[in-house]
Ligand binder design. Sequence first.
Ligand code: ADP
Ligand code: MG
Length: 246
Amino acid sequence: MAVADPLIELRGVNKHFGTLHVLQDIHLSVGRGEVVVVIGPSGSGKSTLCRAMNRLESVESGEILIDGEPLPEEGKALARLRAEVGMVFQSFNLFAHKTVLANVSLAQMKVRKRKRDEADRRSRELLERVGLAAHAEKYPSQLSGGQQQRVAIARALAMDPKALLFDEPTSALDPEMINEVLEVMRQLARDGMTMVVVTHEMGFARSAANRVVFMADGRIVEDRAPEDFFTAPNSERARDFLSKIL
Ligand code: ADP
Ligand code: MG
């Protein structure tokens, strides 16, 4: 789907794992301030797509542009551009031996070259924003899974990214913790953050997404407004998928 002011653009992106054509001629634009939810069966290439967007995964052909700039192959330029596109994973990957505050401050000092005071100040603001101001001095193991994931979101926000990618951010959580994380994400969306979200949470897709991208077998099969997609999917693949999860 064409968008007015693309922040992330993939043009004809292809990738194989051995003989598996995991990304097949992917064209995708994510507009500034847009929330794009990516859904599809397991193994369809959703994680690979996300990882390609900040070169955690290399691609063989096609172009990836972030805010109009081609994603560099490697080196300092890549590190700089990568910081513009934050990523939140299913497994929160917090440092177990560091406090919540230190977890959020670390990359700010390393990548954004902030002094500790400045980084900690920003970290406390962001912990406040995700509802965890009171937990700054705790260690990850003292927090619930939902709280740890909110720390991971604060950590990603601390880099002042232009966009955030979420790869199944609630899949590892107990059911009662899913909503607190989705609520933080809904708030980010309302605040205008550009987001690509791989999720099986169809309620979130319906209520927060501007567009739903449905992937199957390495291809984007549908790319449409959520109300259209959920009420009348065009493809047999999507109908089949929806009938299994809804
Ligand atoms: P999804 O996130 O939609 O479940 P993935 O992008 O993780 O799908 O994986 C797509 C396909 O690529 C799967 O068949 C998976 O087994 C395969 N795959 C993913 N990562 C690798 C890898 N590093 N090496 C080989 N195959 C991989
Ligand atoms: Mg995945």
